[in-house]
Design a protein around this ligand. Sequence first.
Ligand SMILES: Cc1ncc(C[n+]2csc(CCOP(=O)(O)OP(=O)(O)O)c2C)c(N)n1
Ligand SMILES: [Mg+2]
Length: 550
Amino acid sequence: MKFSKVLLKELKRRGITRVFGVPGRENASILFNEEPDIQYITARVEFNAGIMADFTGRLTRKPQVCFSTMGPGATNMTTAVASAMLNKSPMVFISAQLERGDIFYNQTHQCVDQTAIMAPLTKWSYEMKSPEELPSVLEKAFQLVTQEPVGPVHIAIPTDLFNCDIPAPAGLDTPISYAISTEQTTPHPEALDEVHRVLAASQNALCLIGAEAVRTEQGQAVLEFCRQWRMPYMTAANAKGLERFSSPLNFGAASCYMEGIIGYPALEEIFSSVDTLVCIGYQYVDDLLPKMWAYGARKTIINIGSTPTFAIHSKFKPDYELSGSIAKILASLSEKGVTKQTERNLDTVKSCYKRSLAEATVRDGKLTPVQVINAVNPYFKNDAICVTDIGYYRHHAILFADPTATSQFFSDTGLSSFGTGLPSAIAAQLAYPERPVFLLCGDGGFHSGSCDLATLARYHLPVVVIVMDNSAFELIHLYQKRHNKTPHSAMVKLEKVDFVKLAEANGCRGIRISSIAELEEAIQQHDRTGPLVIEVPMRYGEHDQFRESF
Ligand SMILES: Cc1ncc(C[n+]2csc(CCOP(=O)(O)OP(=O)(O)O)c2C)c(N)n1
Ligand SMILES: [Mg+2]
């Protein structure tokens, strides 16, 4: 059987229904129609194709594949691979490479050492040597990407391999399914006893819930634990939605700018009285930094997750660590006896949120980020998915979005490359065609990769793209103001882009609004026959005091 056909059949049996990519000259030997059940999603740039695979993996928790041609195709994919690494996505990146006899790095046209480039960004990066090794290479790749800590692998395939004939592997039509797996270790009974003793002696323990808890589908077990012990909690941005913000133990998600945004020393209030911090499924990359909880007396830190944290001990060194299945560990701790923590009043912090949400003034037709997010919030009960791009507004979204379930709200705390929002929204709508999908983005980040608006239109995806336009890289402008007497505004102020025309030029419907009512109406009247781009003129920083908590 031809190698290209075996490749696609091997992907299909592993649950792959889409390959995201931009093609190149390897198309002489692989057309991606060799297997009818796999759809090739053609993006305009590899970065976007890669983020589509990366984000689909995070959303569905199933392995995904992106594909690029050799040379520039592969180098363009680098940021997406790095994103999959830091955001923990089960992504398999396959790149074509030159023919085996012509691989001379930096000598042959388009020939670079793709595996060396990808090696530090992946769990495994491998250039295939012979066509027969395909099934074993793929099996290793898919197992690796789904093991915690989840992350990408890269396989480079020399182009001459695609045309080879290889024996059809046994079981080629037998499905293989993969779920994200954690190490099956059980903590030592003495370690469990020790942690239980610490918890039983705590009065003001607080739980920090990281994205891993959601990724490994153990969020409910964590919530149950918090309720049993009456332990208030904060979540990482991507663990939002375990409970509504109004729930009595929920302090909401944390952002390093939160104190400035809500105009209140919330982190100080939340953490000062905490004696024990119980980090569950927490990882340093969740962007909940130790400096954010450095208020009050030194806290005892317990870390419960599927993998130990030794690599970052200089920054985050738990006093106690329990590794293995989160749900099982929590159940064992509770079985030993529960000590309810002192009841905390969350109202002071939450009233600041309410005040911001009630702010209805629109000046000169310009809205605030909170007003925009507030217009999207009602759609979470319709099972909406909301993704953000990278910019200042997204920290408001991390704080003010109020999803009704996990995996409805996503904001990249990993690599945080701007421009990831649009391909993420495309991926979400492809994965869940019936669900409302919203993209919250800024003019700067959005326009860095807006070429794939054409892809949105091409696949008739009814995503609502909300471009918050202040014609500036606001977040960077705020940083300029932070440590300098006068900002270098010329560097971060951008030309006004007409996003309505841009939308139309790419086959999308575009509309500009200038009031909250117009925004609400535009969303409500969206007929879902295709994409909708809403340009929202923004005002920033009037109420917020820009303040990082570190
Ligand atoms: C690829 C990449 N380049 C640069 C940055 C740094 N960066 C972070 S936010 C930002 C500005 C984004 O501007 P915009 O999307 O308009 O959002 P705003 O901050 O104005 O709300 C920049 C340049 C980044 N995160 N990623
Ligand atoms: Mg902007």
